[in-house]
Design a protein. Structure first.
Length: 315
């Protein structure tokens, strides 16, 4: 995003000029297509708050853009709430002065966000690590260099200083980190192993979801391997080559094998009493930021996952 500037008393973050090919669509959809990092509902709020200008005038969400319309998008500066340190039990796999590896439980949100300002992993880390967390991702996500979904369990690395954060971030960017996940998917996979190579981006209609998006998606590659087959399900290992939001969930659903328990990308109802998708980050391998040595960390399957596998083996 370019440096913002002042115009008409507002701080402008982005500017667009509508082409003839783009004309005729609602402005909220136009902006949503052009600003994939901003939700459509938030863009509609900005339009309602009159911080979007079209040819120097405010418009409503249902305004249809015209050729050569000059649009200024003004995003107010976020006011970040103060995040409190909270004493809570943390399942620590490994810790030194640079990094800490946590086995995250199901139901725990990684960092504070709207609706989740307490009880997150960050709240617990702030109590455990005190001042020793990297600051690159700001006050809302200290130490967080990557994350896993609330209902996904397993290994997560947190950085205690900016040197470690930059190192791990670069490894993530280069796809050199080993990340193996374990999942139960609907249906019986015929092949023993395979690869899904399909770009992932925001869903064109439901902005809370991700989808295979050939036009606006980012490269995404998932390798999978069958571990066990059951009558109606398959237990698989998925190794990430890239790390897009909901990558395994979207990729496995795209080949008609959605994760068991995933009501977002799979069936709404599950034959088992589950809370969210059956997905566990079991292995994380990195080059240590300070020593330069390869280190691999594992987290055992959670009890609910082991119980599920035992049931599947006997049905």
């Amino acid at each position: 995003m370019p440096e913002p500037w002042k115009e008409g008393g507002l701080t402008v973050n982005l500017e667009f000029t509508v082409t003839a090919e783009e004309a005729g669509i609602r402005i909220d959809r136009y902006l949503s297509d052009r600003c994939s990092e901003v939700s459509r509902s938030y863009l509609q709020k900005l339009l309602k708050d009159e911080t979007v200008l079209v040819n120097q005038k405010t418009v409503k969400s249902n305004y249809k853009v015209c050729p050569n319309d000059y649009i200024l998008l003004c995003i107010p500066e976020a006011i970040e709430p103060e995040i409190e340190a909270e004493d809570m039990p943390l399942n620590i796999i490994y810790e030194d002065k640079d990094i800490i590896l946590i086995n995250k439980p199901k139901g725990m949100v990684v960092h504070p966000a709207a609706g989740h300002y307490s009880g997150t992993l960050v709240n617990g880390l702030m109590a455990h690590c005190r001042e020793d967390l990297s600051g690159i991702n700001g006050v809302m996500r200290p130490g967080i260099v990557h994350r896993i979904d609330m209902d996904t369990t397993g290994v997560l690395i947190v950085c205690k200083n900016d040197m470690a954060h930059n190192s791990i971030a670069e490894q993530l960017k280069e796809h050199s980190i080993t990340r193996k996940y374990y999942a139960v998917v609907h249906g019986v996979l015929k092949e023993d192993e395979g690869t899904v190579n399909a770009p992932i981006g925001r869903h064109p209609v439901d902005r809370k979801k991700m989808s295979i998006n050939e036009k606006n998606g980012r490269e995404a590659v998932t390798h999978y391997r069958v571990l066990e087959r059951y009558r109606q399900f398959t237990y698989v290992e998925c190794q990430l080559e890239t790390g897009r939001t909901h990558q395994i969930r979207v990729h496995m659903a795209s080949i008609n094998h959605p994760l068991l328990g995933d009501s977002v990308y799979g069936p709404a109802k599950s034959p088992f009493r589950l809370t969210g998708q059956t997905l566990h980050a079991g292995v994380l391998g990195i080059i240590h930021p300070r020593s330069g040595e390869y280190m691999e960390f594992t987290a055992p399957l959670p009890e609910y996952f082991e119980d599920l596998l035992r049931k599947l083996r006997t049905t």
